[in-house]
Design a binder for this molecule. Sequence first.
Ligand code: ADP
Length: 497
Amino acid sequence: MRYVVALDQGTTSSRAVVIDEQGRAVASHSNEYTQNYPKPGWVEHDPYDIYYSQLGALKIAVQKAAIDEKDIAAIGITNQRETTLLWEKDSGRPVCNAIVWQCRRTAPYVERLKEEGLEELIRKKTGLVPDAYFCATKLQWIFDNVPGARERAEKGELLFGTVDCWLAWNLTEERAHVTDATNASRTMLFNIHTMDWDEELLRLFNIPRCILPRVCDSACVVGTLKPEILGRSIPVASLVGDQHAALFGQACYEPGMVKTTYGTGGFLLMNTGETLKESASGLLTTVAWRRNGRTEYALEGSIFVAGAAIQWLRDELGLIRTAAQSEEIALSVPDSAGVYVVPAFTGLGAPYWDMYGRGAIVGLTRGAGRAQIVRATLESIAYETADVVRAMEQDSGIALTQMRVDGGASANNFLMQFQADILHMDVVRPQIVETTALGAAYLAGLAVGLWQDEKQLAALWQAERRFSPAMQEQERARRTAQWKRAVERASGWAKEE
Ligand code: ADP
C-alpha cells in the first residue's frame, strides 16, 4: 500500500492526514495555534506558528499511521486562502506577522479603489469583488507601514507568498518559491484569463514583480521535502486553496457539480469546466484547479453564518447544550410554526450583499418556543444556501440536479433533509467528509502517478447517505416566499440607527 500525506493548514489549526491508495484516511493529527488580534478587526498569525504547527502535525500523523516512510508517494498542501506573508529571501525571516484573510485593516484601501471606479476592472481581470480579504491591499499595507519594506522588495531582497507558498519554501530542499493557480487567483493581482500576474494590476497596487512566486499547476511536483523531516526525500506534489481542494476531494469534476461545506460559515463552489463564467449576482469567479496546463474554473459563493448560528443557539441563547442536540430538538416539533430566523449577524452575503442587514426572528406567536426557534435556525442555513445555489444556476445557466455536502453541520440529518426539500434536489453526503485533505492528496497523487485520472478518483468517492426531496412544490414555494419576506425585514436594519 502506498500513501499520500495531506497538509491542511487552516485558520485555527494545522492538520495532517495520511491517505491510502483507496482514498481512506489512515491517521491524522491537528495542532491548534495562536490567533493574534492586535486591534479590533485585525487578525494576524505568527508565520513560524503556522510552519511549526504544520511540521509537528505532519510528523505525528505519520507516526500514528505507523507506516514506512518509503511508502509515502507524495505530500500535498492545502491552505487557508488569501493570508499574506512577506519574508527575507536570504534568512527566511518574515518582515511582519502574516495578515490573515479575515483582517479588516485594509478596508479603507478598498473604499478608495471603489471611489476611483476600479471595481469593474478588478472584477473583469481577477473574477473577484474588491475586498480587504484578498492579498493585494494587505501587501500595500505592509509596504506602507513596515519601515524599509518597499525599498528592500524593489531590490529583490523580499519574497511574497500565501500560506501554501510559505510552507513550500520552508519544507522543500530547493526552497521553492511557488504557488498554484488557485491560490494566485485569490491575490487580486492574478489575471484569470491570461493565467499570469497582471502588469496593470501590479502597477495599480505598486507591487514589484520580483517578489511574486512562480505560478504552477495545482497538481505538480514543486520540490522535495527536506530529508531531515521524515528521514527521506519525498516529492511535494500539490498546492491548492482549501475550498478548491474540497471541490476536488468531492470528485466534482464535471461542469455543474456543486459542493457545499457547512462549517462556521458556508462555502459553495460550482465547477464550470473550462468556461469562465462572470457573475451578475455578486458571486466570485475563481480557478477551480489547473492540471496538465489546463485550467478549470468555478463560481464561488459564501454564507457568512452557517454552523455559527448553531453556536449562537448554544452559547448566547443557551437553547441547546451541544450542536448535535439541535437535530433532535428540531424534530420534536412538526414545523417551525411560522417562525423564521435570519442569522444576518454580520450582514447579508450573496445574492443580497447588504452590510447593514442584521439578525432577526420574525413570525413569533404565543406558542412559539425553544424547539421552533432551534428548528427555524437550522432551516435558515438551508434557505441561505438555496439562495446562493439559485444565484449560481442563474449565473452559470446550468440547472443543478444534486449537491454534495461536507463540513461539521452536514452531520445534521434534519438540516440535510430540509436542504433537499427546499432546493428540490438530492443532497448527498460522502463517506469521507475530510474532503479538503482528500482533494490535496488526490492532486498530489495524480502528480506522481499514484492515481491516473479523475475517472479513477471519481470511482473512489462513495455516498454515505442521499437525501431526496419530499416536500410538496406548493409548500416549498410558500416557505421560500416567507423566507424572502423575513430577509426583507432584516435588510438594512443597522443603516436606520
Ligand atoms: P470550521 O472548519 O469552520 O471550524 P467545521 O466543519 O468543523 O467548521 O464545523 C463546525 C461547525 O458545525 C460549528 O459551527 C458547529 O456549530 C456546527 N455543527 C457541528 N455539528 C453539528 C450538528 N450536528 N448540527 C448542526 N451544526 C453542527
